[in-house]
Design a protein around this ligand. Structure first.
Ligand code: GLC
Length: 595
């Protein structure tokens, strides 16, 4: 399969993230005080706006009737439609965002509960959205607008308490004959003539210098660092820090440099070891696309924000303004709703750290000294919230929205708590429950089966220890998270194991979630919990992308401090995968549901 640009980006991102792992350990063991200092505001901010804005907002996803290719238009239109520079450049002559009102943008960002903006100063099309002496191909010199929106934003944002950062594509540039990486091969096909160094020194580095000198940004957000050497990456860092010593730089500056990781369009299943910022589109495109109406809902955004904060990261959520300079109305509406939620619940997001609990079936957890915030996305219907692993003494509990109403708590075993909660969720999107605890919140991360409430515990493939020689088994799909699964499970020696505990004996309905079709149908697996074994036969789910939840059995699980659950293949038909395994689920059988 020819990799799409999206997969290339995903691969690059994964490479960037793994490349820096040595640096991560160093960061953790031996934190650099300057880095800690510059990241302080950013870690507290947790939520920022990404903006892809450029002259591509004029075609807005349509070019001479060329059929639209999914997800790659917007800011990619020049590359996707292979538009020659001679035809793309004139778009600047009609780019005139007269409705731009920087103060209004600042207000929208603030009211969304976001604390900073990262805006494209120059995307891969090479057009600078700021006044630049290094290239006349910029908004002041090449458009009828003839003004500098970055200067307007740099003046307006601080008045609303907001910080400004710039996206800058330092390697890819389809306007320039010398840029490499994902380069312009339709105008400049002869790669042997391309001199990256000439591009870097002639445009990219001088423009980054202009950005820091002209606007003193808080963040420089680079994109794909293809082809550049460690020295070149380091030079970008020096250019920035020699002018703005506290400027934060993302990992895509390249070569293991940079302050934080940038997972794109997905939330890592496990909390990364280093600072990270998930970037994501609010609809399906980064740059404005007039035909894209697939907006994420405010509920989804709130749930993602809780999850990302619960893992200790930031959320950089993208909108693409129009060619007139307006933030699309549907985006504003969604963001206003998110902002209202944050207005009431911001205490549980801003300035918090990752929660210490094991993955919980009801939602996510963030902490501050003496406080544990439980983000309940799935409200237990039996008025009981089971909090696994928490070692601290809980002094009191209340819903963030109902501070006067103390909720009853009790310890279950030595490191779990049960909270009596109202029958109805006060906010179905995310109700935040606050535990006041003695000391710094601490927990045991062992997966814990919840014996008391009515929500289903899920043991995802991402939480399993993978045994065996097969390397392919480790590939998890990043695309559709509800379909994350173990791939190519062809080796019958490979198996999955979860360590778990549970403080009380209870009975569960145990199910397995997978997809399977063709030759995989009829493969056999052994599910084992403690000493109990059950053999299952793989069923046809009607397609590889069709994941189904299939009952294994109703099982009584005794109280246990430390036991294991496993799935092992028993027979795999030649040339097939055991199944595409997603998760096991444990639904406690309450007295009510038994009847
Ligand atoms: C994607 C897009 C690119 C965008 C980037 C942000 O890779 O293709 O245009 O700038 O995401 O991370």
């Amino acid at each position: 399969m020819k990799p799409t640009v999206n997969t290339l980006f995903a691969i690059t991102t994964v490479l960037i993230l793994s490349f820096t792992s040595a640096g991560i350990t160093a960061e953790k063991d031996n934190p650099d005080p300057a880095r800690e200092q510059r990241l302080q505001w950013w870690r507290e901010a947790r939520f920022g706006m990404f903006m892809h804005w450029g002259i591509y907002a004029v075609p807005a996803g349509e070019w001479k009737g060329v059929e639209k290719q999914k997800d790659l238009w917007g800011e990619w239109i020049m590359e996707r439609a292979q538009i020659p520079v001679s035809e793309y450049e004139p778009i600047a002559k009609v780019f005139n965002p007269v409705k731009l009102n920087a103060a209004e943008w600042a207000k929208i960002i603030r009211q969304s509960g976001m604390k900073y903006l990262v805006i494209t100063a120059k995307h891969c099309d090479g057009f600078a959205m700021f006044k630049s002496a290094a290239s006349r191909y910029n908004i002041v010199d090449a458009t009828p607008f003839a003004k500098d929106p970055m200067a307007e934003l740099a003046a307006a944002l601080p008045k609303d308490g907001l910080r400004l950062g710039f996206y800058y594509s330092h390697c890819w540039d389809w306007h320039e004959p010398d840029a490499l990486g994902h380069d312009n091969r339709w105008d400049f096909p002869d790669r042997s003539k391309k001199q990256v160094e000439r591009y870097l020194r002639g445009k990219s580095m001088p423009q980054v210098k202009e950005l820091v000198n002209q606007y003193h940004p808080s963040v420089i957000w680079f994109d794909v660092p293809s082809d550049i050497t460690r020295d070149q990456s380091a030079e970008f860092v020096n250019i920035i820090r020699s002018v703005v010593p506290d400027c934060i730089i993302n990992d895509r500056v390249g070569n293991g440099l940079g302050d934080y990781g940038t997972p794109e369009q997905y939330i890592p299943r496990r909390a990364p070891a280093r600072d990270f910022e998930v970037c994501m589109t609010l609809n399906g495109h980064w740059g404005f696309d007039r035909n894209d109406h697939q907006w994420k809902s405010a509920d989804q955004v709130i749930a993602m924000l809780a999850e990302i904060a619960g893992k200790g990261g930031n959320f950089l959520l993208n909108v693409g303004p129009t060619a007139e300079g307006l933030i699309p109305e549907p985006a504003q509406k969604i963001l206003r709703e998110v902002g209202q939620w944050l207005e009431a619940n911001g205490e549980s997001i801003y300035g918090t750290q990752a929660g210490p609990l094991p993955e919980c079936p009801w939602g996510w957890c963030t902490v501050k000294p003496g406080k544990v915030y439980l983000h309940i996305l799935q409200w237990p219907s039996n008025c009981r919230l089971f909090v696994p692993g928490l070692k601290n003494n809980v002094r009191s509990a209340h819903l963030l929205s109902q501070p006067a109403n103390d909720l009853k708590t009790e310890r279950v075993g030595d490191r779990n708590w049960l909270v009596q909660i109202p029958a109805q969720a006060p906010d179905v999107r995310d109700s935040v429950l606050v535990l006041d605890v003695d000391g710094k919140p601490e927990a045991d991360r062992t997966l814990t089966l919840d014996p008391l409430s009515s929500v289903t515990t899920r043991l995802g493939c991402w939480l399993a220890e993978i045994h065996g020689k097969g390397t392919k088994i480790k590939n998890l799909s990043l695309e559709t998270r509800n379909n994350d699964h173990i791939q190519s499970w062809t080796n019958s020696q490979d198996w999955l194991e979860w360590s778990f505990c549970t403080p009380l004996p209870a009975t569960y309905d145990v199910k397995i979630v997978y997809s399977a079709t063709g030759k995989s149908v009829g493969n056999e697996f052994v599910f084992k919990i403690g000493e109990k074994e059950i053999t299952g036969s793989v069923q046809d789910t009607g397609g590889v992308n069709n994941f189904k939840e299939i009952t294994i059995s109703r099982i009584a699980v005794p109280k246990t401090e430390n036991s294991t659950i496993s799935i092992k293949p028993k027979s795999i038909a030649g040339g097939s995968s055991l199944m595409q395994f997603h998760a096991l689920t444990f639904c406690p059988v309450t007295d009510q549901s038994k009847k």
